[in-house]
Design a protein around this ligand. Structure first.
Ligand code: HEM
Ligand code: HEM
Length: 188
C-alpha cells in the first residue's frame, strides 16, 4: 500500500523539503484553535461570579470547545507519529535544530496535557460536564482536592504552553526575516 510512514514532500522549496498539505492544515487549524482557547481561558477567569449564569455559560463553552480541540489534537498526534516531518536545512546550527525539536516536543506535551487536565479537573466538580448543553455521565465522586490539583496542573501547563508558543513564534518570524527557508516550509 501507499501508506508509508514517511512524509513525502509535495514540492521542493529553494531550501529543501516542505511540510505536506495535511501537516500544514493540521498545524494552522490547531494553532488558531489553541490561541483562541488560551485567550478564552484567561479572559473567562475575569468574568464576575455575580450575577450567576454568564460565567458558567462561558466556562461551559470553554469546556466543550476544549473537548473538540482535544479530539483534533489526538488526531494530529496519531498522524504525526505515523509521518516523519521533513529535515531542517543542514545550514542551521545544531543547537537550533535541537532547540526546535525540544520546543516542538514541549508543545505536543502541552497540547495533550491541556484538554486532559481540563477534562479530569472538571470531572471532579459537583456539577456534570456539559458538552454543548448535554450533561456527560459522571465518572467518579466529586473531590475538592482532586479538582484543585488538576486545576493547578491546567493553569501551570497553560503558562508553560504560552511561553513555548512565544519562543516558537519569535523563532519562526526570525527565520522568516532571515530567509532561512524554515518559515516557508509551513506556509500554505
Ligand atoms: C486545548 C485545550 C485547552 C486549553 C488551551 C485551555 C486553556 C485554559 C486557560 C489558559 C485557562 C485559564 C487558566 C487560569 O488562569 O487559571 C483555562 C481554565 C479552565 N479550563 Fe481550560 N483549556 C483547554 C481545555 C479545557 C477542557 C477540555 C476543559 C474541561 C472539559 C477545561 C476546563 C477549564 C476550567 C474549568 C478552567 C477554569 C479553571 C479554574 O478556574 O480553576 N479546559 N483553560
Ligand atoms: C498555538 C500556536 C502554535 C502551535 C501550538 C504550534 C505548534 C507547532 C508544532 C508542534 C510544530 C512541529 C511540527 C512537527 O514537525 O511535528 C510546528 C512547526 C512550525 N510552526 Fe508552529 N505552532 C503555532 C503557531 C505558529 C505560528 C504563529 C507560526 C508562524 C509565525 C508557526 C510557524 C511554524 C513553522 C515555520 C514550523 C516548522 C518548523 C520546522 O520546520 O521545524 N507556528 N508548530
Amino acid at each position: 500500500m501507499e501508506n508509508t510512514p514517511v512524509d513525502i514532500p509535495l514540492e521542493a522549496s529553494p531550501h529543501g523539503a516542505r511540510y505536506t498539505r495535511t501537516a500544514i492544515a493540521l498545524h494552522w487549524l490547531l494553532a488558531i484553535a489553541i490561541l483562541y482557547q488560551l485567550g478564552l481561558g484567561v479572559w473567562m477567569e475575569g468574568i464576575p461570579k455575580t450575577p450567576p449564569g454568564l460565567r458558567a455559560e462561558w466556562f461551559n463553552w470553554h469546556k466543550s470547545m476544549g473537548m473538540v480541540f482535544g479530539l483534533l489534537i489526538v488526531m494530529r498526534g496519531i498522524w504525526r507519529l505515523t509521518h516523519r516531518p521533513p529535515e531542517l536545512p543542514e545550514s542551521l546550527p545544531r543547537w537550533q535544530t535541537w532547540a526546535a525539536s525540544a520546543n516542538h516536543t514541549l508543545m505536543y506535551a502541552c497540547m495533550l496535557a491541556m484538554p486532559l487536565s481540563g477534562f479530569l479537573g472538571s470531572s471532579f466538580t459537583a456539577y456534570p460536564i456539559k458538552f454543548f448543553g448535554t450533561p456527560l455521565p459522571r465518572l467518579w465522586e466529586a473531590s475538592a482536592d482532586m479538582k484543585v490539583v488538576l486545576g493547578t496542573v491546567h493553569t501551570a501547563c497553560s503558562y508553560a504552553f504560552m511561553l513555548a508558543i512565544a519562543v516558537h513564534i519569535l523563532a519562526a518570524v526570525w527565520h522568516g526575516l532571515r530567509r532561512h527557508g524554515v518559515l516557508q516550509r509551513m506556509l500554505p
